[in-house]
Write a protein that binds this ligand. Structure first.
Ligand code: GDP
Length: 362
């Protein structure tokens, strides 16, 4: 799938850069353009891709400080500038636009849904979002912002692939320390998905095609991605179990949204040397995926890749009803109610002090 990526906010810019780097290192050439958009100058400076600063008249390049309403406003006012920066980058060859953003912050959280709406109006190709959900341990503001952003994004984008920041985070390091490795994990998995159908010489019947990615995401809403790999044998017959077990791991322990197993649609991409991919293994893995996801629409295909390993990449479409997502929306709702209670408390306290007659104290 030939994509044009737009990273919004700090996380968006960094993850987009990781995706560009991975695509380049692997020689896939599926990323045909990339742009980072932010309201904070400092966050744009270190990025190796082209950038656009928004909201300069409002926040003077200092960012929106976690205020996602302000993030949405500055994106709305400067959407024209972003669209002109994209002009010429989104050429006829682009098959999808992907907006990348951390949903818990300000610029990405507020800006991504606005941009999704604007881009959908202008371009015919699907506009997808790659949204990063704050980890469970991140503060209430992040949860509230992400809850609100996700609701809008799921409506405005053609599909939103969600990555839970806890999902690919190795234990023992803090979330911040882990960002670089999380970003590399995201780049490898999502980068392989984007490259599915691209890197293909000697096209065979079983090779995955871009349209299968697009059809899997067609139901819209929230999507997730799973991945696992293992050492492969030279003989495909001995790899039956390798294919089935990496597929099981990809879904059960390797998804971007833990416990997202019920889905409307799914795509199984098996990557590795073509002569090592066991057809029987792929058929069994697909059947298993149908049973496990409860979906009647499980597509599949190979991704020829010169590697000693075999990998399974599972794309799940329509995972809104997953336990993790329901838990997250509940957490976001409670955090919002708590924030409203505190706001009310502050207002009450303000009134109390305003009415306080200090003369009566004695
Ligand atoms: P913005 O610049 O205002 O859009 O805010 P951020 O992009 O910093 O969004 C904050 C959210 O993104 C929080 O939930 C962070 O945990 C997450 N985040 C920030 N930087 C990164 C990063 O490099 N990688 C990942 N995976 N998440 C990040």
């Amino acid at each position: 799938m030939k994509t044009v990526l737009i990273g919004v906010g700090q996380a968006g810019g960094k993850v987009t850069s990781s995706l560009v780097e991975f695509d380049h290192d692997m020689g896939f050439n599926s990323v045909r353009g990339a742009l980072a958009v932010n309201s904070a100058t400092a966050d744009l400076q270190s990025l190796p891709i082209d950038t656009v600063l928004v909201g300069q008249d409002r926040v003077k390049g200092h960012g929106v400080g976690g205020d996602n309403e302000l993030g949405a406003e500055v994106m709305q006012s400067d959407a024209g500038e972003v669209l002109s920066a994209l002009d010429g980058r989104i050429t006829a060859e682009a098959e999808a636009i992907v907006i990348v953003a951390g949903l818990g912050g300000g610029t990405g959280s507020g800006g991504a849904p606005v941009l999704a709406k604007e881009l959908s109006r202008v371009y015919d190709v699907p506009v997808y979002a790659l949204g990063i959900l704050p980890g469970r341990g991140e503060g209430a503001m992040y949860q509230v912002n992400a809850g609100r952003s996700l609701k809008t994004l799921a409506r405005e984008a053609d599909a939103t692939i969600l990555i839970d920041n806890d999902a690919w985070h190795s234990s023992g390091e803090s979330l911040e320390e882990g960002f670089d490795s999380i970003n590399r994990s995201i780049a490898r998995r999502v980068g392989l998905l984007f490259a599915s159908g691209e890197n293909v010489e000697g096209v065979g019947e079983s090779v995955v095609d871009t349209s299968e990615v697009i059809n899997t995401l067609r139901s819209g809403g929230v999507a997730a991605i799973g991945y696992a790999s293992a050492e492969a044998d030279d003989d495909p017959d001995t790899n039956v179990n390798v294919v089935t077990s990496v597929t099981r791991n990809a879904l059960l322990t390797g998804t971007s949204l833990p416990n997202a197993t019920t889905a409307d649609s799914a795509l199984l991409v098996v990557a590795g040397k073509p002569d090592r991919i066991s057809r029987k293994g792929v058929e069994r893995a697909r059947k298993w995926l149908e049973e496990e996801t409860g979906s009647m629409q499980v597509r599949g295909g190979d991704f020829p890749l010169d590697s000693e390993r075999l990998a399974s990449l599972v794309l799940l479409g329509g995972v809104e009803r997953s336990a993790r997502l329901e838990e997250f929306m509940q957490q976001a709702k409670e955090a919002r109610e708590e924030a409203q209670r505190q706001e009310q408390g502050r207002e009450d306290a303000d009134k109390l002090f305003q009415n306080d007659d200090l003369d009566n104290l004695l």
